[in-house]
Design a protein around this ligand. Structure first.
Ligand code: 5GP
Ligand code: ZN
Length: 114
């Protein structure tokens, strides 16, 4: 998608701190981290939000969670625990309209979110 920020990051047109990549998934450090570990995990295919997950593309969600588990292990937060967050749509707080999951950890996280 031509004017999508995360598609540009995946294509390497905008620099990012890559932490993981495979055939389907790209993960990079959030530019404005809310925790010692704050990684964004995105599908390489442009999917705008959770609302656009279909029977045909739903497998990407399991691939993203497998990537999250690997990254958590590599970052040393798997044992202590972490949070995976998806914001969907304006009321959900989604600011970038390319499906992404936040992996947050490295400190004790508060609940509930605001
Ligand atoms: P959302 O609010 O849509 O769930 O999350 C978007 C996230 O993208 C935010 O946490 C924000 O800090 C991050 N972000 C926005 N622009 C950039 C960027 O250019 N590079 C990186 N690495 N992260 C970004
Ligand atoms: Zn995109």
């Amino acid at each position: 998608m031509a004017d999508c920020l995360f598609c540009k990051i995946i294509a390497g047109e905008i620099p990012s701190g890559k932490v993981y990549e495979d055939e389907y998934v790209y993960a990079f450090n959030d530019i404005s981290p809310e925790a010692p570990v704050h990684v964004l995990i995105v599908p390489k295919e442009h999917i705008a939000s959770c609302n656009e997950i279909t029977e045909e593309n739903a497998e990407i969600v399991s691939k993203i969670f497998l990537a999250a588990k690997k990254i958590a292990e590599e970052k040393g937060i798997a044992e202590g625990g972490y949070r995976i967050v998806n914001n969907c749509g304006d009321d959900g707080g989604q600011t970038v309209k390319h499906l992404h999951f936040h992996l947050l950890g490295g400190r004790s996280l508060n609940w509930p979110p605001g």
